[in-house]
Design a protein around this ligand. Structure first.
Ligand code: AMP
Ligand code: MG
Length: 350
């Protein structure tokens, strides 16, 4: 606002011109701010350049928190009073209420479910429970593998869901929904909408590694976002850097969440077709898509899909994808053709 006072004066038009230049300068020089808070078992982070010096960041944070609260009240399986928990506990045939976020999650999930040949499937809540990956986590880790018959019985499908009217959902067979593989990305999209609606042109939003960017980063150019080294014990921290301006990025990884039983390592990613954890998923997959929700769902799907099929689908759907594989201790990178324009050259292994 101090800048605006420069506009006053006798030589209004000259000052106006100068003022606009100064205002432009002021806007560029406003330092980036940071908001963060807990959500979805992790934290959200917003970095942004305020549109004015007297911008009310506390009000923005209150709006972000309110939007996330509404989302969690609908879709959090951690909360027994959420719409999704009520739906999961309901008996087949019982008509249950859902809200717009729930409907949107179903629509986006169905879209990626179909496009990925069933690799992404939020109807696998029963399988997640059987394998000890659902919330609440089992008190004891699994001591034996689930029986094949139990796995067969826990399999479910989108075909078992129907929406008799807007705002209603019914299961035709016992099933439990779990949107863990898309909800963080969706949450990022929602926060980005809130931030954007405040007239903020330059921002980055993140929840647990799922990222939306717009405009410029604090260094003046595109946002620089790192794809993390999958091995947390490694001294190498960032495997690749991406230049992102208006982008939606999500990463799925096997390296943080798995369990070992009978000498084998089991991924938290389940192949909905077999009902078993994926045997040798990539160490990580990063995806750029049109929204972070879609990127998030696709990243999980690419953990399930084998390498050739994954690459073919990424090319067919025009997705920029970056896979990190490790077989017999040898690290290997695979990427789809759309990924290379985003990669910062020479960032490779530093
Ligand atoms: P993400 O980190 O986005 O890949 O999400 C992984 C989580 O999604 C897992 O911990 C499970 O809760 C759930 N999940 C596992 N396999 C699938 C799948 N094939 N489709 C949808 N969700 C899944
Ligand atoms: Mg995901």
């Amino acid at each position: 606002m101090a800048c605006a006072r420069w506009l006053l004066g006798r030589w209004a038009s000259v000052w106006m011109l100068l003022g606009l230049m100064v205002l432009g300068g002021c806007a560029r020089e406003l330092p980036y701010q940071r908001l963060e808070g807990p959500t979805m078992g992790t934290r959200y982070l917003v970095r942004f350049q305020p549109p004015a010096a007297d911008f009310d960041a506390a009000a923005l944070q209150a709006s972000v928190d309110a939007r996330l609260e509404a989302l969690n009240a609908s879709l959090s399986t951690y909360r027994s009073d959420s719409l999704i928990s009520a739906f999961n506990q309901a008996a087949p045939g019982q008509v249950m209420p859902i809200d717009q976020d729930f409907e949107r999650m179903l629509d986006l999930s169905r879209q990626v479910h179909q496009a990925s040949g069933g690799a992404f499937d939020p109807t696998l809540g029963g399988l997640l429970q059987l394998w000890g990956f659902a919330w609440p986590k089992p008190e004891q880790p699994l001591t034996r593998l689930p029986q094949a018959a139990a796995i067969e019985a826990a399999k479910a499908s989108f075909d078992n869901l129907s929406q008799p009217a807007p705002g209603q959902l019914v299961k035709r067979a016992p099933l439990q929904l779990d949107f863990s593989a898309i909800a963080k990305g969706y949450g990022v999209d929602l926060i980005a909408d809130v931030v954007h609606a405040q007239g903020i042109a330059h921002y980055m939003v993140e929840i647990g590694g799922e990222v939306a960017t717009r405009g410029k980063g604090p260094a003046g150019g595109a946002w620089r976002i790192g794809i993390e080294e999958p091995d947390p014990l490694s001294s190498v921290r960032v495997l690749a850097r991406l230049n992102l301006s208006e982008a939606a990025l999500a990463t799925s990884g096997h390296y943080r969440n798995f369990f070992e039983l009978e000498g084998r390592r089991f991924s938290h990613i389940i192949d909905p077709v077999t009902g078993y954890p994926v045997a040798e998923p990539p160490l990580s997959v990063s995806v750029l898509a049109s929204t972070v929700a879609l990127a998030d769902a696709w990243a999980t799907a690419f953990m399930v899909l084998d390498e050739n099929r994954g690459l073919a689908l990424a090319e067919a759907h025009g997705l920029a994808v970056y896979w990190v594989y490790e077989r017999d201790g040898v690290r290997r990178i695979q990427q789809s053709s759309r990924m290379s324009p985003y990669l910062v050259p020479d960032a490779g292994t530093h």
